[in-house]
Design a protein around this ligand. Structure first.
Ligand SMILES: C[S@@+](CC[C@H](N)C(=O)[O-])C[C@H]1O[C@@H](n2cnc3c(N)ncnc32)[C@H](O)[C@@H]1O
Length: 262
């Protein structure tokens, strides 16, 4: 009989340990300087909205906590810009790569293996100017618990920025049609997609949403992308850039949410 049990934190952890997010963004040897440079180049080429959302340079001299740092691409940029950086991560395999990355580039940072649903047991309370979480919260079983924990550790005059997947998106429609999957690796245990109403419920009584916008439609032929070739699908290639931009703003996969504590 097929099990109907809900995925656990352990399932999520094992999934990301099998293949850390973006680990295949370069074919070079993992852990080399060139490898990390190529990973970063590919990530910000394909997801070019990230630097604008993270605003790396704004956090110079400030305490930044990243929830779910993965292999540390954004981490590197916060630290390079002069932030006092802490990253937490459920996947030990990912965290190891992020730590190694900081060593390779001579960057300072603190890395803590933990489940974000129990965050305040691992980091100081009311301590961070920015809590940043990109593409993480929608993967964990108790998503509201993560936001409650983030509220405990962010300063009262701090900021919380997160990206969660958007329900009202091109990608969600393709997944529903059996034409796509949420992650590069199949079998992702949990990948919730959010409506505006769900974001309100997620943050209710904890954070006030000051900006919410959508970005990011992946336009490339996947088989070619895997070979590091960036050929747009014919239907996107035919589209004037202004039309594609409008489509991304309305149906982008990434719901970029900026909030302040209540
Ligand atoms: C799509 S990846 C994003 C990683 C990184 N933020 C990035 O943008 O490259 C999702 C990450 O969330 C982490 N994650 C999922 N649930 C978590 C939890 N409960 N606590 C901490 N990290 C979690 C996973 O281990 C994985 O590294």
């Amino acid at each position: 009989m097929k099990s109907t049990a809900q995925p656990t934190v352990r399932d999520v952890q094992e999934y990301w340990n099998r293949r850390p997010c973006n680990i295949g963004h370069s074919k070079l040897e993992v852990g080399t300087r060139d490898y990390f440079d190529e990973v970063e180049q590919r990530k910000y080429f394909v997801e070019n909205h990230i630097p604008g959302f993270a605003q790396f340079t704004r956090w110079k001299g400030k305490k930044v906590l990243e929830v779910g740092c993965g292999i540390g691409t954004d981490a590197t940029n916060f630290a390079r810009a002069g932030a006092d950086y802490t990253g937490i991560e459920l996947s030990g395999a990912s965290l190891k790569v992020a730590q190694n990355r900081f060593e390779v580039f001579g960057l300072k940072g603190t890395f803590i293996p933990c489940n974000a649903e129990e965050l305040s047991n691992y980091v100081d309370k009311r301590a961070f100017d920015l809590v940043y979480s990109f593409g993480v919260i929608h993967h964990t079983p108790n998503q509201r618990a993560v936001v409650e924990e983030i509220r405990k550790v962010v300063k009262d005059d701090g900021e919380f920025r997160m990206m969660v997947y958007a329900k009202n998106s091109w990608k969600d429609a393709m997944i529903e049609g059996g034409l796509d999957q949420p992650e590069a690796q199949s079998g992702c245990p949990i990948a919730t997609t959010y409506t505006e109403e769900m974001v309100r419920e997620l943050t209710d009584g904890l954070f006030e949403v000051t900006e919410a916008r959508q970005a990011h439609i992946f336009p490339y032929v996947v088989e070619k992308y895997r070979q590091f070739e960036y050929e747009p699908q014919p239907w996107f290639a035919a589209m004037p850039p202004a039309m594609f931009d409008a489509l991304e703003r309305r149906f982008g996969w990434h719901f970029l949410i900026t909030t302040r504590p209540i």
